[in-house]
Design a protein around this ligand. Structure first.
Ligand code: ADP
Length: 458
């Protein structure tokens, strides 16, 4: 009988509600597989008065415990420190970062409050797994509240080079806080190496073994666990009624033209302006393609309360407008830019319809869209994937057409290559891509992380 699992994450998928994505399903499965446990996090609600306790819901063997945020906490912890400081710095955009002591104080406060709430529910032999950049200090606060059981942390976004991380005024406190966990998991070897180098150069860490450092008087295991998806689910979704209906609707418009697709949250880390410019460059350079290829970019706005996101929105509106004005004809629109979201089934159907998938972030922890695109392809006639070398997924997917998203000309070449790739080459590359997506899927990820955590010394 394995120990009970306790998961903490900023957002939580409540019972009864449809699970918004693969991660939510994976974590719910992890809890079920361990024979039950608790999933703790923010309810998603902002209420005037700090509610003292948590609200509890049960679904099968899993208990959900949620806490609300006050407006000040939402502003300082979530919008402020998490999304105006940590997110930009961890994505190498120090230029967009906003450092505010009061935001950090709110971040610390929420991490402490959440830790104290959660500790009340723990039993000595539980295993705690904390997720992502919103809750980096929760482990340290749990220790301060008396928790000394096993505790792991997984960072879903990149961990930057030490020189970039050090730009955060609170970098030392964050690093020390992270080292309260027994296991710290990162998406890629690049991230793992960055964090190890930071600790060795800035905190006097000493190497204990290949994956363990001695630092801040503790042994901390630091390891790579690249997150995956459920590929069978996406293959099925591509053929589902919703998937086929979406493909049919778009297919009516694009007719026999080759479809190039991009699907991203509207975020400055995703390289959307560069991608649109590269597509414009393809049309500049290849007169023969004008009228024959359509680029569909789906990009639902996110974090609109943060200035940098509003500026991106304006920039994209302008760029898409300009490229369309330059090239569109009475019966053809080069870019269909849709600032809204679609269901997973519809996305899967559109991925399958596409000849080319463009996943070209300037920096990305993993990028699940790349894996979803691969999983949704038809084995006989798979589309080609153009993938940024700065997406975490590039480490696992060398058979994609890898590009530097800052190099517009190289990206335009890559798009052209993908559009003209012979079917044999597309099949061959896809076989290699899908093999990885299948092998290192979402179940593999959570099992690998938890097996390593179970195996740490406490
Ligand atoms: P991030 O976590 O930075 O948003 P990922 O690519 O890792 O990036 O994960 C994004 C998830 O959100 C994927 O599962 C993807 O299917 C989903 N998603 C992205 N864009 C859309 C959209 N326009 N509509 C619906 N879902 C989307």
């Amino acid at each position: 009988m394995s120990a009970r699992l306790i998961i903490a994450s900023n957002r939580i998928a409540l019972p009864g509600a449809p699970k918004p994505g693969g991660l939510a399903v994976a974590l719910a499965d992890a809890l079920a597989e361990r024979g039950g446990g608790i999933w703790f996090g923010w309810s998603g609600e902002v209420v005037e008065r700090e509610t003292r306790g948590v609200r509890l819901f049960a679904e099968g063997l899993v208990e959900y415990a949620v806490a609300d945020l006050t407006p000040e906490e939402y502003e300082g912890y979530y919008l402020g420190y998490s999304n105006r400081a940590l997110w930009p710095v961890f994505h190498y955009r120090v230029d967009l970062a906003h450092f505010d002591e009061a935001d950090f104080a709110a971040y610390e406060h929420v991490n402490r409050r959440f830790a104290r709430l959660l500790v009340q529910f723990t039993r000595p032999d539980d295993v705690v797994w904390v997720h992502d950049y919103h809750l980096m200090l929760m482990g340290q606060e749990m220790r301060a509240s008396g928790w000394d059981g096993r505790m792991g942390f997984f960072l879903h976004i990149p961990f930057p080079a030490p020189e970039i991380f050090s730009a955060l005024p609170q970098h030392q406190r964050l690093a020390r806080g992270l080292c309260s966990y027994d296991l710290i998991g990162f998406q890629t070897n690049r991230d793992t190496a960055n964090f190890r180098r930071y600790l060795i150069e800035n905190a006097g860490a000493v190497v204990e073994d290949a994956r363990t450092l001695r630092v801040f008087d503790r042994s901390v295991r630091i390891e790579t666990f690249s997150i995956g998806i459920d590929p069978d689910e996406f293959a099925e979704l591509a053929e589902s009624r919703e998937g086929r209906a979406a493909a049919e609707r778009l297919g009516k418009i694009t007719e026999n033209r080759a479809l190039v697709i991009g699907v991203d949250r509207m975020d400055y880390s995703k390289g959307l302006p560069q991608r649109m410019e590269a597509f414009g460059r393809v049309l500049d350079d290849h007169v023969e393609l004008r009228g024959d290829v359509s680029f569909v970019q789906i990009a639902p706005p996110s974090r609109e309360a943060v200035d940098a996101y509003q500026m991106l929105r304006e920039q994209l509106d302008q760029l898409a407008g300009r490229i369309n004005a330059d090239y569109a004809d009475l019966d053809w629109m080069p870019i269909r830019y849709l600032a809204r979201s679609y269901g997973r089934g519809s996305l899967a159907g559109l991925y399958r319809l596409a000849r080319v998938g463009l996943v070209t972030p300037l920096m990305d922890g993993m990028n699940l869209v790349a894996k979803e695109f691969i999983a949704a392809q038809h084995p006989d006639d798979p589309g080609a994937l153009v993938l940024s070398e700065f997406a975490g997924a590039a480490e696992q997917l060398p058979a994609a057409i890898l590009v530097n998203p800052h190099d517009i000309a190289a990206m335009a070449d890559a798009i052209f290559r993908a559009l003209s790739m012979p079917i044999e080459e597309r099949r061959e590359r896809w076989q290699s891509l899908i093999a990885n997506v299948r092998e290192q899927d979402i179940a593999w990820w959570r099992r690998a992380f938890l097996a390593s955590l179970d195996d740490t010394q406490t």
